[in-house]
Design a protein around this ligand. Structure first.
Ligand code: TXA
Ligand code: MG
Length: 348
């Protein structure tokens, strides 16, 4: 079954709570097809990582640049041993602490990992998800699964099966519905391929937690700052535009009072706001909310859905309060500044 992607194919809706549907998804994957699967972070667009032709179809379906490598998902430590050339002591400590879970570890790759998966790099990104449906599908398929987030390249990662269908219906063989993803942001990515570990993408496993296990962990410049035109990204994904709603998004840095004042004095046709729960009552423009002000976990859970809802408002410019950039909030901040194309205005 090798349908030419781009041509409309029937996308099966499968139920993650149904054992028969898990078997159907695993069969699709074993036969070289594409299935979107739920994980605790976001939905992934999976293919058999050992099948180069299947992996190539992921890039086509998403419109993903060829030089952006994929994460390989495993459900056992035997699968890890096949993918990497060595498992250093510090990697073992990380895995014991955070796996299965929302952490991706980059290690030198084995010869089994194809150039399609690693985009020609000498390393491979590996993750052992904790979501029972993801684990059941990997185990039933019996192969590691290469899976980027199951969105069209550039748009927010999907946290529900409906988001996946919105982006990829007709381009993939199936989506397995496992409800809404608990974390809501993609996994933390750390590379152990260099002497000092480097955080490449913040997520639910925080920099502080990683430092607690490993001691020194550097943060890649691209976590907080826009890469310059000719700068080489430690992680190729960091150089691409991400998460952007159709409207222009601008982050406002300052107190709540300054935020309300700024938005309300700019309340023209086409302006909207992205704010925390309850703040919409203080604003004179249409607003989408994304969780409680003091709960970054809730904000992470709701952010990508909120960015997609902004598209439905048909606005041209959205103002959002700039989140903090420490602890768990760093992950939310990292996605927000990318969605805003790094445009932050200081208010007070
Ligand atoms: O939570 C997640 O990580 C989700 C779920 C499906 O597992 N996956 C995900 O994949 O977010 P993706 O492809 O959207 O993001 C993977 C990021 C990209 O920025 C990519 O460049 C980077 O990881 N990456 C993958 N392999 C790498 C490698 N060998 N070296 C450096 N960066 C790598
Ligand atoms: Mg992605």
């Amino acid at each position: 079954m090798q349908s030419e992607r781009g041509i409309t194919i029937e996308t099966k809706r499968l139920n993650g709570n149904c054992q028969e549907d898990i078997v159907i998804a695993a069969e699709i994957l074993k036969n070289g097809g594409l299935a979107a699967i739920p994980t605790e972070t976001v939905y992934g667009l999976a293919a058999d990582a050992t099948n180069g032709a299947a992996v190539e179809q992921i890039f086509k379906a998403k419109g993903r640049p060829q030089d952006n490598p994929l994460i390989v998902h495993i459900a056992s430590y035997e699968q890890l041993e096949q993918l990497v050339s060595e498992i250093p002591e510090r990697a073992k400590r990380l895995m014991e602490t955070f796996w299965p879970g929302p952490l991706t570890v980059i290690l030198p790759k084995s010869q089994l990992v194809s150039d399609q998966v690693s985009a020609g790099l000498s390393t491979v990104a590996v993750r052992f998800p904790s979501h029972p449906v993801a684990c059941a599908i990997i185990q039933t398929a019996g192969v590691p699964l290469a899976a980027p987030s199951a969105n069209v390249s550039g748009s927010p990662s999907p946290t529900t099966a409906a988001h996946v269908l919105h982006d990829l219906e007709g381009k993939i063989d199936a989506v397995v519905d496992g409800g809404s993803c608990t974390v809501g942001l993609e996994s933390t990515v750390i590379t152990l391929a260099e002497e000092t570990p480097v955080l490449l993408r913040p997520g639910a496993v925080t920099l502080e937690q990683l430092q607690g296990v490993l001691g020194t962990v550097k943060m890649a410049d691209a976590v907080l700052h826009q890469l310059k035109q000719d700068e080489i990204a430690a992680s190729p994904g960091m150089k691409y535009k991400h998460y952007a709603p159709k409207a222009k998004l601008i982050l406002l840095e300052g107190s709540d009072a300054a935020f309300f004042h700024y938005v309300n004095t700019h309340a023209e046709e086409g302006i909207a706001a992205l704010c925390y729960d309850g703040q919409e009552n203080s604003l004179h423009v249409p607003a989408v909310t994304y969780g409680a002000k003091d709960c970054p976990q809730e904000q992470a859970h709701e952010l990508f859905d909120a960015l997609r809802k902004l598209d439905d408002l048909n606005c041209t410019l959205v103002y959002a309060k700039c989140p903090k950039s420490e602890g768990f909030s760093l992950a939310v901040y990292n996605r927000m500044i990318r969605a805003a194309g790094f445009e932050v205005r200081k208010l007070d």
